[in-house]
Write a protein of this length. Structure first.
Length: 278
């Protein structure tokens, strides 16, 4: 096991069996994001993307929650303080938009663009921006007591960190609108039925089952998995012909790789493959 120093006890990270387990560790606040936890998460994600000993990134939460979103107790403070110093209203708005945009790009944007498979493992609630983090992952798995809630409506906000981009692509526009407008709780089994969650595990077995799920992915061929991810995500935005070209380029690269040769050799010998990055 390799423990990564995140600079704070609010975020834990360890690497086991090529799985980077990233744990949001503020259980007393349902792992709400804040000025310490969130920057640490941004930094850790950037580091994990470069590590050859990581085959899968699993993000989870300590206690009985995944992430309750932003810390509401700190919201709404200092609004208008810049205006009090005589700054133009449009300048203030533009500056705030730029700051938030950069925060979003370096968190859920970076998470979505990570070259490695990512899994959100939900022991409990994923709300607001916490739900956005879960949506930005490639896959989501949940305990039986977990649920999703957009929650933005409840505090008079319209949503951020990519929720309005991720959710319609996962569940369809109509259902995404209902989840935003009504802010209803979507339980684990309901999420499984609509494809938002890939697996649901018993509460008492969740930690072990979630790690096993991620370890299976992490044991796969890292270069091929990275190419698969790029193929699938680029396919959402480009033409069929462009996707065929990307697939062709990636397949030729894969066929010439050592990991493909090892996978074929292992298949013929009826043994588990061992990839060099491991």
């Amino acid at each position: 096991m390799n423990v990564i120093d995140t600079g704070t006890n609010e975020l834990l990270c360890e690497i086991r069996q090529r799985v980077a387990v990233v744990t949001l560790n503020k259980p007393h606040k349902k792992n709400a994001l804040g000025d310490v936890l969130t920057p640490a998460l941004r930094t850790v994600l950037a580091e994990l993307d470069k590590r050859s000993d990581v085959g899968c990134v699993m993000i989870t939460g300590a206690g009985d929650a995944f992430c309750a979103g932003g810390d509401v107790s700190g919201m709404g403070q200092n609004s208008g303080s810049a205006l009090a110093h005589g700054k133009d209203e449009q300048q203030v708005k533009a500056a705030k938009v730029e700051v938030l945009l950069e925060k979003q790009r370096t968190l859920t944007g970076r998470l979505y663009g990570l070259s490695k498979p990512t899994v959100a493992a939900l022991p409990g609630a994923a709300a607001g921006a916490g739900m956005s983090i879960a949506l930005a992952c490639d896959l989501r798995i949940a305990s039986e007591q977990a649920f999703f809630v957009t929650a933005f409506k409840n505090i008079g906000l319209s949503g951020d960190y990519g929720a309005s981009w991720f959710l319609p692509r996962l569940v369809g526009l109509g259902r995404a609108k209902a989840l935003f407008y009504r802010s209803e709780r979507l339980g684990a089994e309901a999420a499984l039925k609509i494809g938002l969650v890939d697996e649901v595990f018993a509460v008492e077995d969740f930690a072990q089952a979630a790690f096993g799920y991620c370890a299976e992915i992490a044991a796969g061929p890292p270069e091929a998995l990275a190419r698969m991810k790029q193929n699938l995500q680029m396919g959402l935005h480009q033409s069929l012909d462009d996707s065929l070209l990307l697939e062709a380029e990636h397949l030729i690269e894969s066929m010439d790789s050592d990991e493909s040769k090892e996978a074929i050799s292992a298949f013929m010998a009826k043994r588990p493959p061992i990839f060099s990055a491991q």
